[in-house]
Write a protein that binds this ligand. Sequence first.
Ligand SMILES: Nc1ncnc2c1ncn2[C@@H]1O[C@H](COP(=O)(O)OP(=O)(O)OP(=O)(O)O)[C@@H](O)[C@H]1O
Length: 272
Amino acid sequence: MTDTDLAQTARENADAVDTTAPIKMTARDVHVYYGATHAIKGVSIDIDMDHVTAFIGPSGCGKSTFLRTMNRMNDTIAAARVEGQITLDGEDIYAPSMDVVQLRARVGMVFQKPNPFPKSIYENVAYGPRIHGLAASKADMDQIVERSLKRAGLWEEVKDRLTDSGTAMSGGQQQRLCIARAIAVDPEVILMDEPCSALDPIATAKIEELIHELRGNYAIVIVTHNMQQAARVSQRTAFFHLGNLVEYGVTSDIFTNPREERTKDYITGRYG
Ligand SMILES: Nc1ncnc2c1ncn2[C@@H]1O[C@H](COP(=O)(O)OP(=O)(O)OP(=O)(O)O)[C@@H](O)[C@H]1O
């Protein structure tokens, strides 16, 4: 794909930008340290509801680190320290009163490598709703499982083998199962950390289509190394470099008319 194609793809996607969408999450002057390494340097950003926001930038620039601050996954890394403020619907997610288990249900995460539990397909989806008490009966749970698998575009492929192991599926199916698992607890935000990097082009296309379909109901944030993917699936793009948020805006603007020289260099493949 040439630069012109990239710009064209981004422009086609621009129709989906809604400037009146409410802000779902905010970050203000966020810094992250791993011991002495200063990985994120004063990032401020607003994440809109009903949009897909792509985080792009060269390897090691801090995309995954920043993504993990948004549902406190960095809490699980002993050396990581987060400063600054991140809110969800105006509420500080690092406040002592914040229930981290609830937070991670509201802000779900899909990882680079599909990681289904070594349990049945049904149980993979039912697990979250069960621990959060979202189903009052077996019939309720059956409904949640079916609805989540349908939304993840997997139902037709698995409805006759719900008791098979989730780990016995193809990589692309496993990733859609992980998306179904995230959706099952009714999240408001879905964070995706390079969700297609372990998948072949056909499975990747299916996930991209799915992201497109899910967009209207969630705030979705996707880390990607693939600029064509950012242009195809996102309405907003944030470009990170050396721990800084260099530029953030409407995807078609970032790909057609970047304000910063560093963004331009990156999207035209001059480094990264
Ligand atoms: N668990 C960790 N412990 C120590 N340093 C870390 C850890 N995770 C990331 N870092 C460092 O933080 C910086 C940002 O890394 P991060 O993985 O967030 O970047 P990235 O942009 O997502 O990279 P990539 O695109 O290669 O996945 C790097 O210097 C990295 O070495």
